[in-house]
Design a protein around this ligand. Structure first.
Ligand SMILES: *Cc1c(COP(=O)(O)O)cnc(C)c1O
Length: 222
């Protein structure tokens, strides 16, 4: 199967949801192959790798940072990143705001929620989310725009468990949208679903799926 035919297979199931093609660890040639087929949104999880690829590849590519982000590396991606999916602390959000202010760019972000019942993965819990959204610090951040939430389900064959976790994230998303009325809070994106579980995520209300190996093949590392 070619990269383009893999993308077309995924696209058949999208139902209006956006596809982020996760190209981490894959060579620029693979990204170009997808680009030739019309794909513009790509996901990466390492700052240096994303910056190198962005430098070398067409400028109309939209780069999505989906991996854990260290504060000292924020400055390297703030000028060009299309959306940061993986904001999991107030401290990180503050740093993104600070770097955005320096170049006068409002940086679009998603807040990453911890939804996996088993795997210990990064992310905020509901209380932390509530604290963040009601904090004075948050109110004073004028260079970030929170566009939605992101989450990763447990890596398991148990489809009901995965569905439960996605339902839980959708519930939090709906709750935030009904409780808060802040101009910085315009939650429209729900980033959930990967190669193994994106059809379930779409059924449960995902607006963005992050699909890597089902498009580009298995990865050797990270
Ligand atoms: C690697 C990664 C993906 C894509 O994983 P696949 O199983 O290859 O589709 C999606 N989201 C995040 C946060 C990732 O790190």
């Amino acid at each position: 199967m070619s990269i383009i035919s893999n993308i077309n297979e995924v696209k058949k199931k999208l139902d209006g949801c956006q596809l982020i093609a996760v190209s981490k660890t894959k060579p620029k040639e693979d990204i170009l192959a997808a680009y030739e087929g019309g794909q513009r949104a790509f996901g990466e999880n390492k700052v240096q790798e994303m910056a190198d690829k962005a430098d070398a590849l067409p400028k109309d590519i939209q780069w999505h940072m989906i991996g854990h982000l260290q504060r000292n590396k924020v400055k390297y991606i703030v000028p060009f990143v299309h959306l940061i999916h993986s904001v999991d602390s107030v401290r990180l959000l503050k740093e993104i705001n600070k770097q955005g202010e320096k170049i006068e760019r409002v940086v679009p972000v998603l807040l990453q929620m911890h939804i996996a019942e088993e795997d210990t993965k990064f992310g905020l819990d509901e209380n932390e989310l509530h604290e963040l959204l009601t904090s004075e610090e948050f109110k004073n951040m004028n260079f970030i725009e929170v566009q939605g939430l992101m989450g990763m389900a447990t890596f398991t064959e148990d489809k009901e468990k995965i569905r439960r976790e996605f339902k839980f994230l959708k519930k939090i998303f709906d709750k935030v949208n009904s409780q808060f009325n802040d101009e910085k809070l315009n939650l429209k994106e729900l980033s959930m679903g990967m190669s193994g579980d994106y059809p379930i995520a779409i059924e449960e209300g995902s607006t963005m799926v992050r699909v890597g190996s089902a498009i580009f093949g298995e990865r050797n590392s990270h």
